[in-house]
Design a protein around this ligand. Structure first.
Ligand code: SF4
Length: 486
């Protein structure tokens, strides 16, 4: 997928009982910056026991610089990188959120995902006098926990358990309350969420000291942590100084791990849902190559990814086909947020800024151009034209996922059904629109065979519309009751 506004998620991090917790959190957030570039922040507990949060619009290196880290003292911290899948693009929606309780500012929360029943819960809470400062899910989760704690007298743990049952949708969450840290995940396990241990604390069964959490484990290595395991779907973990990590509750429902995390969102050096992301992508490529026997190998054939998310799919394809692998498109990694634009015109301009073909690479070549998915198709069309202009003789587009026919309601900001190209055009029309010589998607049955587990354990709703929850505003976002699926 050519990354643009329609597809981003968020990322969370947490560090418990390790010196310089805020800077460790900043390092993890930097490693998962790909999950959100709009805003970020961290919160830590100072010597007086108050939660101090520091957040703002921008990248981790800009917002959580050394001065910011120095203001966040303490051995426990949580953090967040955000892209606005829900709620407006504004600093008030940056996370973590500090939540005032009767005892003062002793709670902070950061969460990744989208809630289907946000509107219903917010209306109910506002009717009970709860005042919100932002439009995002994490604040609602925090305030609902606080409501049950203060009004109903539940312990924070029981309040988390009650809230966990009431929320519908995706949430991987870290919550600091006084000197404890909690990590909990939605009962379906939509988004990845891992726990690790700072290895300088020694090997063996972990105590809560030196424990880390993140959306993905790709940031653990740089802070000297090792991956322990996933936070289980429906699990609540409690961390207390000097004590073992305790799983205080585990109430899973049928799993719905997001397949797009494996295909596109997560970093290839992460392991999620028990699977190495890069190996999964290589398997996709190999599976597609096996279907492409009619595309003859030869000195003029080059397999090429749309960098970077499709690199390993293309590698798997090239290896299986014993064809040349080439990086004919160079990606400018410094385009950053300039590329995340709201209009098609600005997205088109962004494609030119972001990708550039190698000179003298393409003339006479037959190119297998691999992308991980097609959403609107407009950016891929620009790329095909770019390669044609650079001299490619043939361009065969291969898509490493089945057709995207439905939007996501669980944390990925995909467009309405009407905007998805697979709902608007036939395969032949899409091929023509892209300007490709041939076009093929990953076959649905092949895809199911590649999954690292049982097919029903994964959410594949954007391919098959099998949504586990009918979301609020479902009809409006689907937006196209007369469109037939291809
Ligand atoms: S609808 Fe698609 S993007 Fe959203 S959680 Fe399901 S598989 Fe992932």
């Amino acid at each position: 997928m050519v990354r643009s506004r329609e597809a981003e998620v968020c990322g969370i991090a947490g560090v418990f009982e390790s010196e310089g917790a805020a800077s460790l959190v900043a390092s993890i957030l930097f490693a998962i910056q790909h999950r959100g570039q709009e805003s970020c922040g961290a919160a830590a507990r100072d010597a007086a026991g108050r939660i101090v949060a520091y957040k703002g619009m921008g990248l981790v290196k800009q917002v959580l610089d050394e001065a910011a880290q120095a203001r966040l003292s303490g051995a426990t911290a949580i953090g967040h990188v955000r892209y606005p899948t829900a709620g407006c693009s504004d600093a008030v929606n940056a996370q973590p959120h500090a939540i005032e309780l009767a005892e003062g500012p002793v709670m902070a929360i950061a969460s990744n995902g989208d809630l289907i029943n946000y509107g219903e819960l917010r209306s109910r809470m506002e009717a009970e006098g709860v005042v919100f400062k932002s439009d995002n899910d994490a604040e609602l989760i925090g305030r609902l926990i606080a409501l049950y704690h203060v009004r109903n007298g539940l312990t924070i743990e029981l309040a988390i358990a009650r809230v966990q049952r009431e929320l519908k949708g995706a949430f991987s969450t870290v919550l600091m309350h006084k000197d404890r840290l909690y990590a909990f995940r939605d009962p379906h396990g939509f988004r990845p969420f891992v726990m690790g241990h700072l290895t300088h604390e020694g090997e063996g069964d972990p105590t809560s000291e030196g424990t880390v959490f993140a959306s993905e484990c790709c940031g653990f290595g740089i802070i000297g942590a090792r991956r322990l395991r996933e936070v289980k779907p429906g699990e609540i973990l409690r961390l207390e100084k000097g004590k073992p990590v305790v799983s205080v509750a585990h109430a899973p429902l049928e799993p719905r791990h997001c397949v797009f995390e494996l295909i596109y969102f997560s970093r290839p050096d992460s392991t999620i849902f028990g699977e190495s992301v890069y190996r999964f992508r290589e398997r996709i490529g190999a599976s597609m190559a096996a279907k492409d026997a009619a595309l003859a190998n030869g000195d003029d054939l080059v397999v090429m990814p749309v960098p970077d998310s499709s690199n390993f799919i293309a590698l798997g394809y090239a290896k299986a086909k014993k064809a040349e692998f080439g990086m004919g498109l160079l990606r400018n990694h410094y385009v950053g947020r300039t590329f995340i634009k709201p209009t098609q015109a600005s997205r088109d301009e962004g494609v030119k800024q972001k990708f550039n073909p190698l000179p003298d690479f393409f003339p006479g070549k037959r190119v297998v151009l691999i992308d991980d998915s097609i959403v609107r198709g407009t950016s891929l069309r620009k790329l095909v034209r770019m390669l044609r202009g650079a001299g490619a003789r043939e361009i065969h587009v291969r898509i490493g996922s089945p057709k995207v026919v439905g939007p996501c309601f669980y944390g990925i900001d995909t467009p309405t059904r009407e905007e998805l190209i697979a709902n608007r055009m036939s395969e032949a029309e899409i091929r023509e629109y892209l300007g490709a010589d041939s076009l093929r998607w990953l076959d649905v049955d092949d895809f199911e065979g590649l999954l690292p587990g049982r097919r029903p354990d994964f959410c594949t709703a954007c391919f098959d519309l099998d949504y586990i929850y009918p979301p609020e505003g479902f009809a409006a976002k689907m937006n196209a009751p007369t469109v037939s699926l291809s």
